[in-house]
Design a binder for this molecule. Structure first.
Ligand code: S3P
Length: 436
């Protein structure tokens, strides 16, 4: 699917943020481990969470998805060996979290994914799980991932060499499903939805500040289900709309129900430091997650320099931050972000390739990018390749707000993995995006 976004100068309106992808996937997995009848509301009915739901059903869960509502029924038999390979599609989170869960279930399974997922590193998850007693093999460190019955040990401690919420969560889920104690040390804080959801279900988990990061200690505990779990909106999806509101010539938009967990929304501070007019209203807490409405107005942005601890917090937002940087006066420098090279695409390369097509001057580094922005509009845009990456596709479509002739992006089908109603939401705000 190729998309063309027409140029538009003025956007306005109120939209509701789609459900959080990370939280939706965790709710499916924890809901399946809980093994009681529970429902999930506000679920992201996108391809990634659906891949995770299908994977869980393949090992014996009973999950039914109906729009943004999910019902998980109590299982009367143990988890079972799937009859075929389990396909996690485009979802790195789905694959790594399912590796954690399946590694403790005493069953055999082979996990596969699409072309992009088949290129992504899985040893970061397989190695600590194997040290923990699992038996997992990969193909040159990548999927297919084969999991064999293993015996997870008690009191395993793991200090993560990289900042990864997926790895942290995979280890915790493995210990939780095996009823074992585990400690994970993260050098930099990463998103803590797994820890918060376990607390929400009254599990025994503690996160203690440790050096520059956290020590997370889980002890076996009976989780107590609440009848219904409500998923808050996905900050990473809201980020596209926030930047749209900032760079549009005239704008006044409200994004409702946006998840504001501090381990996720560092982009707000970054954009405010660039001069962005962003206001948060109606703040509350739902299912142990902060949520609020975000009000955005057009702003004259200036460049900024970011590195270090903030990077894991904004890792999924760097593609759209690069678009904000392209229209900000001066230089924006992003470093310590080499993890971007192993996301759904090599995102640093994909950002650079796209910026070349819209004539934005920049310098690409191994661990980041320096973008020289200007308040000038894009006059010509050649075809942009999304590299099959949802966040790259949406980022460059948003750049159309500052173009004279619109922006064409190839291969946008993966937008459905995380933001299935992106086109409708764009239209509600006054941005014309259509298939071409
Ligand atoms: C995620 C963690 C991050 C993020 C990904 C979702 C999660 O990945 O980039 O989109 O749900 O835990 P890493 O854990 O690899 O940093």
């Amino acid at each position: 699917m190729n998309l063309f976004a027409k140029s538009s100068t003025s956007i306005s309106g109120e939209v509701v943020c789609p459900g959080d992808k990370s939280i939706s996937q965790r709710a499916l997995i924890l809901g399946s481990i809980l093994n009681e009848d529970i429902s999930i509301e506000g679920f992201l009915n996108g391809e990634d969470p659906i891949s995770t739901a299908n994977a869980l059903n393949a090992i014996g869960s009973s999950i039914t998805v109906n729009g943004t509502s999910v019902s998980i029924k109590k299982r009367h038999i143990p988890f079972k060996k799937p009859t075929t390979e389990v396909d996690l599609g485009n979802s790195g989170t789905g694959m790594r979290l399912m590796m954690g869960l399946i590694s403790s279930l005493d069953i055999e399974a082979t996990l596969i994914g699409d072309e992009s997922l088949t290129k992504r590193p899985m040893l970061r998850m397989a190695n600590p799980l194997n040290d923990m007693g699992a038996t997992i093999s990969c193909s040159e460190g990548k999927p297919p991932v084969k999991i064999y019955p293993g015996k997870v040990i008690d009191n395993f401690t793991y200090e993560m060499p990289i900042a990864s919420a997926q790895v942290k969560s995979g280890i915790i889920l493995s210990a939780l499903a095996a009823n074992k104690n585990v400690t994970v040390i993260e050098k930099h804080p990463t998103r803590n939805h797994t820890e918060r959801m376990i607390s929400h279900f009254h599990g025994n988990i503690e996160s203690i500040p440790y050096k520059a990061g956290n020590k997370i200690i889980y002890s076996p505990s009976k989780l107590i289900p609440s009848k219904s779990y409500r998923v808050v909106g996905d900050f990473s999806s809201a980020a596209f709309l926030i930047v749209a509101g900032l760079i549009a010539k005239e704008s006044n938009i409200v994004i409702k129900n946006v998840g504001l967990n501090p381990t996720r929304c560092g982009l707000i501070d970054v954009l405010k430091s660039m001069g962005g007019s962003i206001e948060i209203k109606n703040e509350k807490v739902i299912s142990y997650e902060e949520v609020g409405d975000i009000h955005v107005r057009s702003s004259a942005l200036k460049g900024v320099s970011i590195s270090g601890d903030v990077i894991p917090n904004i890792i999924d937002e760097i593609p759209i931050l690069s678009i904000a940087a392209a229209f900000a006066e001066g230089e924006t420098s992003i470093s310590d972000a080499e993890e971007l090279r192993v996301k759904e695409s090599d995102r640093l390369q994909a950002i650079s390739d796209g910026l070349i097509k819209i004539n934005v001057s920049h310098q690409l580094y191994n661990d980041g990018i320096k973008i020289t922005g200007s308040s000038q509009d894009i006059v010509d845009s050649a075809e942009i390749d999304s590299h099959g990456d949802h966040r790259i596709a949406m980022s460059f479509l948003i750049a159309s707000l500052r173009s004279t002739n619109g922006v064409f992006v190839k291969d946008c089908k993966n937008i459905f993995t995380s933001f299935p109603h992106f086109i409708e939401v764009m239209k509600t705000l006054g941005i014309d995006v259509d298939e071409r």
